[in-house]
Design a protein around this ligand. Structure first.
Ligand SMILES: [Fe+2]
Length: 442
C-alpha cells in the first residue's frame, strides 16, 4: 500500500511506522527543536528503502554549512537516489546533489519547481527557504512561500511554519508591517516556532524598536529556547537590541550565558559569536579573553573554504587574536574556492574574499585599505548570504575604518545615511554625532 504523508505526498518505501518517525522529524525541523536527525534515522531503520527519509537526512547534514556534513550527505543522497520513484522525490534528490556540488542557485530553482508542482511539500518549501537564506535571495525568501500559501489553510499541520517563513521573507524585502503580522500569527499558532519568533525579531531590529524587541524576546523565552538548536541565534538578536542601547554589561552577560555558554562548535553558532565580538570590538569594548577560545574553535574551519560567509567570520577571530598562520589558511582556502566552478566561487570572489582581506587590513591598522576593499562590496554583500542584520557588520566596519583612517567626509556621509534609515537607534545617532564633530573640527 502506498503510504502518504500528512499533506498527501506519496512516500516511496515507507511503512506506516516509518512515516510516523518521518512526520515527527519534519515537525521538529519546522520548529528547530530536539533531534530531527534521530527521527529520520528511526524512519530509515524501519524502512531502509524510504526515499524521503534519506533525502531529509541529507538536507539535515547540508543545511548547517558544515564542511563535515558533505560526506554523510553524499551517502544519504545516494540512498535517496536509489529509492526515489516519484518526480517529487527525484526533485529533492536533484536539489541535494546540486547543494553537494555547491550549486546553490540551481538547487534553489529545482526546489522551487518541486514546490510549484507540489505546493503541500512542506519540506521542499522549508529547505528552499534555507537555500534562499544562504544565497541572500530576499525576493524568493518571500515569494517561494507566497506561491504556496493559497493552497494552505490554518487547520493544516505546519501552517504556522509557512507564516513564519513568509514573515522572514517579507522582512528581508522591507515589508515590515506585514512581516510582523505574519510572524506574530505564526507564534500564536505554535509558540515553539522559533523561526517565526526570529522573523519578528528581525522586524524590530530593522525598525530600531529596541524596547519592543527586548519585550518580544523576554516575554516567553522558554517557548523559543527549550531544546532548540536555533536558540543561540535568537539570543544573539536579543543582545543586538541591548547593544544598540549601549547596555554593554547586558550584552556580555548574554554572550557569556546563552550565546556562548554551551561552547558550541557549530559553524552557524560560531558566526553569531564572531559577529557579536566584532561589533563590540568596533565600539572599543574590551572583551577580555573571549576571542581566544573562539579562534580555537574556528581553527577547524580555517582551510574548509566551502562557504564564504563562514570564512569571513572565522577571519574575524583570527584577526582579533593576531593568528597570522590561520589568516593565511583562510586566504589560501579562498583561492582554491575561487578556482572552482561553483556558486561558492562567486560568493567568495564577490564578497567573502574582499571582506576577509578588509578584516585583515583592519587588524593591521590599515584603515584606508579597509575602505577601498569594502566600498565595492557593500552594495552586493547579499551575494554571500545571510540577513540584512548580519551583513550590517560590513557597514559598521567600513564606518569605523573611515573614521579611524581620517576620511571624515565619508564617515559623516555613511553615518548620516545610517541615521536616516534607523533614526531611533541610539548607536546610529552616536556614530553620526561623532563623525560630524570630527569633520567640523578637521
Ligand atoms: Fe537573524
Amino acid at each position: 500500500m502506498l503510504i502518504r504523508d500528512t499533506h498527501g505526498n506519496a512516500l516511496t518505501g515507507a511503512s506506516a511506522a516509518a512515516r510516523e518517525h518521518y512526520e515527527a522529524a519534519l515537525d521538529l525541523l519546522r520548529v528547530y527543536r530536539n533531534d530531527p536527525l534521530a527521527k529520520a534515522d528511526a524512519a530509515i531503520a524501519d524502512s531502509p528503502g524510504f526515499a524521503m527519509a534519506h533525502a531529509l537526512k541529507a538536507w539535515l547534514f547540508l543545511l548547517g554549512t558544515e564542511p563535515g556534513g558533505f560526506e554523510p550527505a553524499r551517502a544519504a543522497h545516494a540512498a535517496a537516489k536509489a529509492a526515489a520513484a516519484t518526480a517529487r522525490e527525484q526533485g529533492h534528490v536533484a536539489a541535494i546533489g546540486q547543494v553537494i556540488e555547491n550549486r546553490w542557485w540551481d538547487a534553489s530553482r529545482t526546489l522551487a519547481q518541486v514546490a510549484i508542482d507540489n505546493p503541500h511539500d512542506a519540506l521542499a518549501l522549508q529547505v528552499g527557504h534555507q537555500v534562499d537564506f544562504f544565497t541572500g535571495n530576499a525576493r524568493l525568501l518571500r515569494d517561494r512561500i507566497a506561491r504556496a500559501l493559497p493552497e494552505w489553510s490554518p487547520g493544516m499541520p505546519g501552517y504556522h511554519a509557512l507564516l513564519g517563513m513568509h514573515a522572514f521573507g517579507l522582512e528581508e524585502c522591507g515589508d515590515y508591517a506585514r512581516a510582523e503580522r505574519q510572524g506574530r500569527r505564526a507564534v500564536e499558532l505554535d509558540a515553539r516556532d522559533s523561526w517565526a519568533q526570529h522573523a519578528v525579531a528581525h522586524v524590530l531590529e530593522m525598525q530600531g524598536r529596541q524596547a519592543d524587541g527586548i519585550a518580544w524576546m523576554r516575554a516567553a523565552p522558554d517557548d523559543w529556547t527549550r531544546d532548540s538548536f536555533f536558540a543561540v541565534h535568537n539570543w544573539w538578536h536579543l543582545a543586538l537590541y541591548h547593544l544598540d542601547l549601549g547596555e554593554i554589561d547586558e550584552v556580555l552577560k548574554l554572550y557569556d550565558g546563552p550565546i556562548n555558554g554551551g561552547r558550541s562548535a557549530v559553524a552557524l553558532e560560531l558566526i553569531d559569536h564572531s559577529a557579536m565580538l566584532w561589533r563590540l570590538m568596533l565600539r572599543g569594548v574590551d572583551v577580555g579573553d573571549r576571542w581566544r577560545p573562539l579562534a580555537d574553535q574556528w581553527a577547524a574551519f580555517a582551510s574548509a573554504g566551502n562557504y564564504a560567509f563562514n570564512d569571513a567570520h572565522a577571519m574575524m577571530a583570527f584577526v582579533a587574536t593576531g593568528r597570522t598562520a590561520q589568516m593565511v589558511e583562510v586566504l589560501e582556502a579562498q583561492e582554491r574556492a575561487m578556482a572552482r566552478d561553483d556558486d561558492n566561487a562567486m560568493f567568495t570572489r564577490d564578497v567573502g574574499r574582499p571582506l576577509s582581506l578588509a578584516l585583515k587590513a583592519f587588524g593591521d591598522g590599515d584603515h584606508k585599505r579597509v575602505v577601498c576593499l569594502l566600498r565595492p562590496v557593500i552594495g552586493v554583500a547579499s551575494r554571500f548570504g545571510g540577513s540584512h542584520a548580519q551583513r550590517d557588520l560590513l557597514d559598521l566596519t567600513m564606518i569605523e575604518a573611515a573614521q579611524r583612517g581620517g576620511d571624515t567626509a565619508l564617515a559623516r556621509a555613511l553615518t548620516a545615511e545610517r541615521r536616516e534609515v534607523k533614526p531611533s537607534s541610539p548607536h546610529n545617532r552616536a556614530l553620526f554625532d561623532r563623525a560630524r564633530a570630527v569633520a567640523r573640527a578637521a
